[in-house]
Design a protein around this ligand. Structure first.
Ligand SMILES: *[C@@H]1O[C@H](CO)[C@@H](O)[C@H](O)[C@H]1NC(C)=O
Ligand SMILES: *[C@@H]1O[C@H](CO)[C@@H](O)[C@H](O)[C@H]1NC(C)=O
Ligand SMILES: *[C@@H]1O[C@H](CO)[C@@H](O)[C@H](O)[C@H]1NC(C)=O
Ligand SMILES: *[C@@H]1O[C@H](CO)[C@@H](O)[C@H](O)[C@H]1NC(C)=O
Ligand SMILES: *[C@@H]1O[C@H](CO)[C@@H](O)[C@H](O)[C@H]1NC(C)=O
Ligand SMILES: *[C@@H]1O[C@H](CO)[C@@H](O)[C@H](O)[C@H]1NC(C)=O
Length: 463
């Protein structure tokens, strides 16, 4: 990288920032907001976490100075009222937190409603001892954002009083490491029905809830602006696991299907029962539907889901769904890139042309009860790469199918595939056809595949 121009750029950027900050200098902090913040600060202390470079933000909260312009983590509006407060600490490997609670939570958590213009509460990486989400935050009339991430010892229910936060747009709670930071949300009421009044809510996100249970209320269609709902009690695809305790129960309310603005719905690792409401076919803006690792049953409403034009990701694995895969209708699953229905009780034949879905990249049906042939792709697209098809542990028979592209991952071990392996498989990255009934010669190109498993067949030249 050419150093001189980079440093020049930084200099210009810095000058620009200084001038912008100067112009945007907020009015002086009001005395009442300043006093409320100092009372809030009194609930905390900062400690050395063996890194002198990490200055505690509360050190800048000095009485008599201007909270709007010189206090770290505080933002004001043009009249000098505090709009955003961000408590952002550090922690080290021993779980020593820089910012920690030093007074009973009731004395400091209740100060924030004194900030009449407050729109955003953001608390990350601090150690609380006994704090619960305070009911009185339900009175912060202008509140738009609540963001709680990695706050040790912060628990409690979502108070029904939060139903009065008519401006709330984002509720975000990430427990991060429940084993060491504590359980996060913890009660058995789930989402109180009073919260259905949050018509401006755009995003509801809760991650890891070992002590939270309860249900989704039927009135959830009151969330008329909602775009994204995540209630994940772990996640095998990112966190690596789902938690054994906690998670919401009961059915998925049919009214979820009325949330036309919803693009993202992820309810991974809960204990939802019952079937997927057919009304989900009305979620016309849905891009992602993740219901994996629940206790859902019944037939999957394939017909309804396949008509969702924007649906990209459909993860249904590890549930009790049963029934067969119906034939694919024209233009169905137009944008589907990811489908996983592994470890469900579905059975029968794979629909014809499933490998021809225009955008399909990942297709996983592991440990279900599929039989019949794997349908071949009808044409190979030379620029198509990185598909990942996994049909492990089924009863599939017939010859290995034609694949839709030259490169990718193809796994179908523990089936009854027969005849020989096509030479075209030689350009795959990963091929696993172990424990089938394949015969003949393994083509030389296939023997060169990077990750290859062909044990448990009857080839003339392998092993
Ligand atoms: C803000 O406070 C500073 C010093 O306390 C003072 O000089 C300045 O005039 C005040 N500005 C406004 C807009 O009140
Ligand atoms: C919501 O606000 C109304 C009026 O502002 C009040 O009467 C009611 O008790 C509040 N509800 C809750 C659950 O706090
Ligand atoms: C969380 O649940 C466990 C057992 O399920 C219990 O021992 C613990 O006290 C609970 N913690 C809280 C804060 O509710
Ligand atoms: C899927 O099912 C198989 C067979 O019942 C089981 O061995 C495997 O552990 C299951 N996988 C998961 C992730 O539950
Ligand atoms: C071939 O695959 C590429 C990459 O996935 C895709 O952009 C293109 O539309 C495909 N062409 C056809 C004819 O399907
Ligand atoms: C493997 O194939 C040979 C003939 O190619 C046959 O004689 C033999 O019985 C087969 N073995 C098994 C285990 O199917």
């Amino acid at each position: 990288m050419p150093m001189p121009s980079t440093s020049l750029r930084w200099t210009c950027l810095t000058l620009l920032c200084i001038s912008v900050l100067h112009c945007a200098r907020a009015a002086n902090c009001t005395a009442s907001d300043s006093a409320a913040l100092l009372d809030f600060k009194n609930g905390f202390s900062c400690q050395d976490i063996n890194n002198p470079g990490l200055v505690c933000q509360f050190d800048t909260w000095v009485p008599g100075t201007d909270c709007c312009n010189s206090w770290s983590g505080v933002t004001c509006d043009a009249t000098g009222q505090v709009t955003d407060i961000s408590v952002f600490g550090f922690w080290n490997g021993d779980l020593t937190f820089q910012i920690h609670q030093s007074a009973p939570a009731s004395t400091f958590m209740t100060q924030l409603p004194r900030l009449k213009a407050l729109e955003s509460i953001d608390i990350q990486f601090a150690r609380f001892g006994d704090a619960e989400l305070p009911k009185v935050w339900g009175q912060i009339a202008k509140l738009k954002h609540i963001n709680i991430v990695g706050v040790a010892g912060f628990t409690g229910e979502i108070p029904k009083e939060f139903g009065n936060l008519s401006n709330l747009e984002v509720f975000h709670w990430d427990t991060m490491v429940p084993t060491t930071l504590g359980p996060g949300l913890s009660d058995s009421k789930g989402i109180p029905k009073e919260l259905c009044k949050l018509h401006k809510l755009r995003e509801f996100y809760v991650f890891l809830l070992p002590n939270w249970s309860g249900t989704l209320p039927d009135c959830i269609d009151g969330w008329t602006s909602i775009q994204s709902i995540t209630i994940n009690n772990g996640d095998p695809d990112s966190y690596g696991e789902v938690l054994n305790t906690g998670g919401l129960t009961g059915p998925l309310p049919s009214n979820l299907g009325k949330l036309k603005t919803l693009t993202y719905l992820s309810l991974v690792g809960n204990k939802f029962t019952g079937s997927i409401p057919k009304s989900f076919g009305s979620l016309s803006n849905l891009r992602t539907l993740r219901l994996n690792n629940n206790r859902l049953s019944g037939a999957i409403p394939w017909k309804e889901l396949s008509q969702l034009k924007f649906l990209v990701t459909l993860d249904l694995k590890i549930n009790n769904f049963h029934g067969t895969l119906p034939p694919l209708t024209p233009n169905c699953f137009q944008n589907l890139e990811y489908l996983d229905a592994s470890n469900t009780s579905i059975w029968g034949e794979l629909p014809r042309r499933i490998l021809d879905l225009p955008m399909i990249g990942t297709l996983k049906f592991r440990h279900v009860r599929l039989w019949g042939w794997i349908p071949s792709a009808t044409f190979m697209n030379a620029s198509r790469a990185d598909f990942n098809f996994d049909f492990s542990y089924n009863f599939l028979s017939g010859p290995p199918p034609k694949l839709p592209g030259p490169t990718g991952v193809f796994k179908a071990p523990h089936n009854k595939l027969s005849t020989s392996i096509p030479a075209a498989y030689g350009s795959l990255y990963t091929l696993d056809l172990s424990f089938n009934r394949l015969t003949g010669r393994v083509p030389a190109a296939v023997l060169a595949v990077n990750s290859l498993s062909l044990d448990g067949n009857n080839f003339t030249n392998f092993p």
